[in-house]
Design a protein. Sequence first.
Length: 149
Amino acid sequence: MMKMMKTAGMLLVFILGVALLVAGCSSGQQVQGTPRVIDDGNAQAQEVPPSPSPPAEAQVREISVRAFQWGFEPSTITVKKDEAVRLMITSSDVKHGFAIPEYGFDVQLSPGKTVPVEFVADKPGTFTAYCSVPCGAGHPDMKAKLVVE
């Protein structure tokens, strides 16, 4: 008799546990930030990410810069004070560098590869950008200007 009561008690605990698990799985609530998977009956399920807040990308101004022996194009980059800027810098020929010490960056550029440099133009003025990797006879003159208005 005691053994039967113990088995019945364990069965009751098991049934309650399953009921709670099923209720939790079918509540329809989703944990914030976790992607949902939607199975529409096809062979493949679709992953649907949660609704993100508006991307900060829309507020970043992107400017392409080309490094070449012995210059930068554009040679003058003009931005507004406090503007978020992303420079997409590519070397078209040999290894170069792109440095603006006042903004704290000095990046190495390999031919054909684009290097992004992001910063907030929070210091007004005109700053010299220069090649920081020796690249040939015209290297000392390889400069550009960053104008922050």
